[in-house]
Write a protein that binds this ligand. Sequence first.
Ligand SMILES: [Zn+2]
Length: 454
Amino acid sequence: MTREPLTRAALITAALLTTACTYDRPGKGPLNTGELAKPAASAVGDDAELYHQAAAILRKYPLIDGHNDVPYQYNRRHHNHICEMHFGDDLAHLDPPMHTDIPRLYDGGVGGQFWSVYIPSTDVTGVTPGDAKRVNEQIDVVYRLIEQYPDHMELALTANDVERIFRSGKVASLIGMEGGHSIENSLAVLRMTYELGCRYMTLTHMDNATWADSATDEPQFGGLSPFGEQVVLEMNRLGMMVDLSHVSFDTMRDALRITRSPVIFSHSSAYEVCRSPRNVPDDVLAQTAANGGIVMVTYVPAYVNETLRIWYDERQVEIDRLAEVYPDDEQAREDTLRAWGTQNPKPQPIATISQVVDHIDHIREVAGIDHVGIGGDYDGIRELPEGLEDVSTYPSLLVELLRRGYTEREIRKIIGGNILRVMRVNERMAEELRAAEEPRSVRIEEIDPPLATE
Ligand SMILES: [Zn+2]
């Protein structure tokens, strides 16, 4: 098959897009040299002194966030044409607004960011041919953004890289994969994504993987399948961190039982504080502490505020009911749902900074100060807690921690010290394991029973 040659107009447009990308570079940012943006007074009260302290901490130590979905926003909004949304511009005015751009990363004092190379899992049976290709395309988005903004972003592969890049005043850019479907049941693909820079993989997303149960799907394996266990062991050998956000409680427990390296939860909070299945129950918090791992507290409002979670659940019941009443009439479903919203005597509850810090308090109490971090999930969600609306607001979170009496040493651990430690242990363990073990070549069909399909 041959293709039509591009028209002259299309070629000129393509050329213009390329040039457009190159003049759009913000000046050197104030990351660890100048002042951070002042957060809204409503978010922090008038406590200028605490804000000063927060800013000073962020200048000294890298804040490393566990999960940000900017690459997926490029996919959804612009089919990965990065020149169509300039990351160096203020992107807050877009509709819907972006939560992240380079100026606001600097304003928020972000020193390191795990960019999620998420792709939706499109098939209920777990793997869709082409998932690995689509993940590669998202990794490529991160590479191209870094290439486009070399004065502001740099790829980080190790904990040492993060610290070095932070000291140079840029945002250390790490890569995390979200969902076991990303590797299409192939340990070879897992290894190659490590080679490309992926330093964690979340074992599932909202649906089960073909070898692990998700928190938000029907249990299929009671945790990890035999192949799922091999995935975890091979991740240990590579030095790719095992991320247990999104997985079922039993998958968390299975993974913690067999992993040789500390695990992470890249964006999850505490189940005792908000009973979402996406959060971490106390027994797992205790096991995570024993494992040396970390729970990076997320801002997703329905995982933060228990009243809001219940409100969403009730709304979901109404959505399900309407789907049965008006199976073929989307307009009727929308209208009735809107009416339900306005007639509901309970207004939608609001998540707050203080509630986010309640989760940090709880994890500190149950697991200890060495096992808590931050994983906002910016640009992966529409709504955010009041006062944490975009990546420029991290100082407000620190202000609340200071207000509650957290010391500088403790805050340093929460914002980045803990995840750096977990990365280093994973790196050291990988060195040992690579010396002792061959790369695994087992195939899923050789060890797992055939997948039940409905
Ligand atoms: Zn997620």
